[in-house]
Design a protein around this ligand. Structure first.
Ligand SMILES: Nc1ncnc2c1ncn2[C@@H]1O[C@H](COP(=O)(O)OP(=O)(O)O)[C@@H](O)[C@H]1O
Ligand SMILES: [Mg+2]
Length: 335
């Protein structure tokens, strides 16, 4: 995004978050954040500290370093391009709400819903969106009533997918093809979250659409579909998502009949509206050839050069810089 954003329109102040939660002033250098599988980019503590506005009366961002504190100028909008806990779950969004600074993407509730697979599935189901049958189980449930929960899980039938309720990026996700693999899959998922989902594995294609909030109350816009074609791997795992590992191809546009695409786009808009309808989302589906199931709604989808969301919008006729401008303009219009 640093590379693609329209520099004629926007002045960018890159802010990074270190592992221990310090907001630091980053270098405005896209090359520094290239996704090199051998060396994943990391925000280091460079000694600077971002000083957020001290009330809603000001939008002035400052930075403190060894030389003292200086102004970075007034901020019009924040782009919280962050995945996972604290970044995508409503936490940073709440921080920005407190500061009164407009930001791109979903608000607190929508972001929190998008991160919580169990609650999101309940909300989607209640709104009439087709979702994959699942059992959500807490570590404490298993400790107390092992037999009952195992029966519930087994009633889903093999194979199943086991995944942490709140993680993302395929972290902690495993496919279980035999029941003696269940315990270790649960351990891997419980390492990420105290609530875990066990889901029927859907045999079919994995297809996704990008959704953008409509302007001035207009209905959401849905991109053409993209497909994740998994050939040489068990599923779409972390390595395939971020490290360009072989065995997975992102195809856009996906080959679908016109009626199929229209059905998928209709459900994508319905899912987007059901969880809040703000900003953007990537709605992920499984398509069995006859039925579409929504797997999940990602409120801050991947934005790397190999990510599906930008690819789908580019295939729908937008440029990458236009897509970023669109997110910013929507955020400013929402104020
Ligand atoms: N019920 C399922 N049936 C088939 N494949 C699944 C199922 N659940 C997950 N997967 C596979 O695992 C990947 C990661 O699971 P997902 O639920 O999307 O978690 P994450 O939030 O980490 O992306 C999916 O992209 C898909 O390849
Ligand atoms: Mg996913």
């Amino acid at each position: 995004m640093l590379r693609a954003i329209d520099r004629e329109r926007y002045r960018v102040i890159p802010v990074g978050v270190t592992r221990t939660g310090a907001f630091v002033l980053e270098d405005d250098d896209p090359d520094k954040f290239a996704l090199d599988p051998e060396h994943l980019p990391e925000v280091a503590d460079n000694g600077t500290r971002i000083v957020w506005p001290d009330s809603t009366l000001t939008r002035e961002l400052k930075v403190t370093d060894a030389a003292g504190t200086r102004s970075l100028g007034d901020v019009d909008v924040v782009l919280p391009i962050l995945h996972g806990r604290f970044g995508e779950d409503g936490t940073i969004q709440g921080h920005l709400e407190l500061l009164g600074i407009p930001y791109a993407g979903g608000g607190v509730l929508m972001s929190a819903l998008g991160m919580n697979k169990h609650v999101a599935k309940r909300v989607l189901k209640a709104a009439g969106v087709p979702v994959v049958p699942w059992v959500a189980v807490r570590r404490a449930d298993l400790a107390r009533q092992r037999d009952l929960w195992e029966r519930r899980i087994r009633s889903l039938g093999l194979p199943v997918f086991v995944k942490p309720n709140q993680a993302g990026s395929s972290v902690g996700v495993s496919k279980v093809s035999a029941w003696d693999e269940l315990d270790s899959a649960l351990d891997v998922a419980f390492a990420e979250d105290s609530t875990v989902l066990v889901e029927q594995a859907i045999v079919g294609r994995e297809v996704e659409c990008g959704v953008l909030q409509g302007r001035d109350g207009a209905p959401p816009r849905v991109s053409v579909a993209g497909e994740i074609v998994v050939s040489g791997r068990e599923f779409y795992d972390f390595e395939a998502k971020y490290l360009d590992a072989p065995g997975v191809d992102l195809v856009c546009p996906a080959v679908l009949h016109e009626g199929e695409l229209a059905e998928m786009q209709r459900i994508a808009a319905q899912a987007f509206e059901a969880i809040g309808g703000e900003g953007l989302a990537r709605v992920d589906f499984f398509f069995t050839g006859t039925e579409f199931y929504v797997n999940e709604v990602n409120t801050m989808p991947g934005f790397t050069p190999i990510s599906m969301f930008p690819k789908c919008w580019i295939a729908s006729g937008m440029t990458y810089p236009e897509l970023i401008s669109e997110l910013i303009d929507t955020a400013l219009a929402r104020g």
